[in-house]
Design a protein around this ligand. Structure first.
Ligand code: EPU
Length: 444
């Protein structure tokens, strides 16, 4: 887009005027991928639980509605959520279909529902469209604990009398399947073991919640988690960890535009892998004494290209990939990216090409790891040639992190960009437009 326009009339569309310096401060709050799981944990007890460091993200409303439909009470204010679920009623199929289609979180209530009612229903889960995102590992976990499943079209019905401790090995360290295992094992009879578990900080935060509730969980070397089931769990109070994915997104915006952004509310340790890569690419950061305020900026005029492979924790997170790769369009030389967590997380690069980026996508594994997508012909590697002068374009947001990448690209580009579907960003970036204004991205 080259002509100047007064701004979009549709609230789901944003006009970004790029090429201007970005400078400002924002505060991130409770992690999008930890907060709703703490809410689910609160359903494992009849006692009251209190969660603080709340952010205004859509998944909270989905879990809030689910809890109310199940007969619990939820009270929310700007910083805390209080949950009490003295009873847990089975949800109707229509509600289940709707809630599961809206988010990836409701599927995590399956083990909870089995504990509390002996029955659960699963429908195809929603969330961002970054690959098929099946639930087969979740079902394998629940079957290992004794649940029997019955499939009817898009609905899977599960039943169990009492879940019994189990030994489970995951084919891949899935975050969701590890959480399902934790919810199942803490109240199962006897001991359980999960190998090839995910150990993301958000999972360790959930384990901290469950320990406060009375669970016995140990995280052992080589991705092994051991749990001794208990007869009952109590309420808890918990401050959720800061959002390391959101922090990295704003850091990438500073890197791409050559501006400075200070991010409050996230711990340095949660970002250590990201920070190393950031520095290698020519970014710089300073950190306060408490390690909870980080200021990001470009250290040199031209960014350095690099080879990047996403991985499960403690590797470079898949959710950091698209914002960071968008910044790499401004690096001098050839960067190579290998996405090993999701088979379809490079679709956004096509839109970046419409702004002038030089990015090509490949089916080969362009990285040291032979991942499960290479043989399956998925377009999961990319080569980025930079630096490229980006120009404004019209874009449609396909998923949360790609959406932020489009904003980064639009802010780095000369001229105006029109981005449709920006409401999707509310799924993971609380008060998104206010924060954009706070760092000086010119938008309406
Ligand atoms: N997988 C299966 N079968 C399963 C479960 C997972 O094949 O039953 C595969 C997935 O298709 C994917 C891989 O395993 O290829 C990893 O998926 P995982 O289960 O770890 O992801 P998730 O629990 O659905 C969470 C986050 C994602 C984040 C991933 C990886 C939440 C709500 N979502 O998803 O966050 O990318 O872990 O860290 O916690 C985001 O924030 O933008 C986002 C997508």
């Amino acid at each position: 887009m080259t002509t100047s326009s007064p701004g979009p009339t549709d609230t789901d569309t944003m006009l970004v005027r790029g090429g201007r310096p970005v400078d400002g401060e924002i505060a991130v709050r409770g992690s999008k991928n930890a907060l709703p799981k703490a809410m689910v944990a609160a359903l494992l007890t009849t006692e009251r639980s209190r969660i603080t460091n709340i952010s205004a993200i859509r998944d909270i409303d989905v879990v809030d509605e689910l809890i109310r439909l199940a007969g619990g009470t939820v009270s929310q204010d700007t910083d805390e959520i209080t949950i009490t679920a003295p009873t847990f009623d089975a949800l109707g199929e229509d509600d289940i279909m709707r809630l599961h289609a809206a988010s990836r979180i409701p599927v995590l209530t399956t083990a909870v529902s089995l504990h509390r009612t002996g029955h659960a229903v699963v429908a195809a889960p929603g969330g961002c469209s970054i690959g098929p995102r099946p639930v087969d590992y979740h079902l394998d976990v629940l079957r290992a604990f004794g649940a029997r499943d019955d499939h009817r079209g898009d609905i899977i019905e599960l039943r169990v009398d009492r879940m019994r401790g189990a030994r489970v090995a995951l084919p891949f360290p899935s975050v969701g399947a590890t959480e399902q295992f934790l919810f199942a094992s803490v109240l199962a009879e006897g001991d359980s073991e999960l190998t090839n578990a995910a150990i993301e900080p958000e999972i360790l935060d959930l384990i901290a919640v469950l320990q406060k509730m009375g669970a016995i969980i140990s995280v052992e070397p080589n991705r092994t988690i051991r749990v001794t089931g208990v007869d009952g769990l109590g309420g808890f109070e918990h401050r959720v960890i800061g959002d390391r994915l959101e922090a990295a997104s704003w850091a990438s915006l500073a890197l791409a535009t050559g501006g400075t952004i200070t991010v409050h509310g996230v711990q340095q340790q949660l970002l250590s892998t990201f920070l190393n890569v950031y520095r290698r690419a020519g970014g710089e950061f300073s950190i306060d004494a408490a390690g909870e305020t980080l200021t990001f900026r470009r250290a040199r005029r031209m960014l350095r290209p690099l080879a990047l492979e996403t991985d499960v924790h403690p590797g470079f997170m898949t959710d950091w990939q698209s914002p960071f790769v968008t910044a790499l369009t401004q690096a001098e030389g050839v960067s190579v990216v290998h996405e090993t967590v999701y088979e379809d997380r490079l679709g956004y690069t096509e839109a970046l090409r419409s702004l002038g980026a030089q990015i090509q996508v490949f089916t080969e594994c362009l990285g040291p790891t032979r991942c499960r997508f290479g043989a399956a012909n998925h377009r999961h590697s990319a080569v980025v040639v930079g630096p490229t002068r980006l120009h404004g374009a019209e874009l449609v947001v396909p998923d949360l992190r790609a959406g932020f990448s489009y904003v980064i690209a639009a802010a780095s580009a000369e001229g105006e960009s029109l981005i449709h579907g920006v409401d999707l960003l509310d799924r993971g970036y609380g008060n998104f437009r206010t924060k954009l204004a706070a760092v000086g991205v010119d938008h309406t």
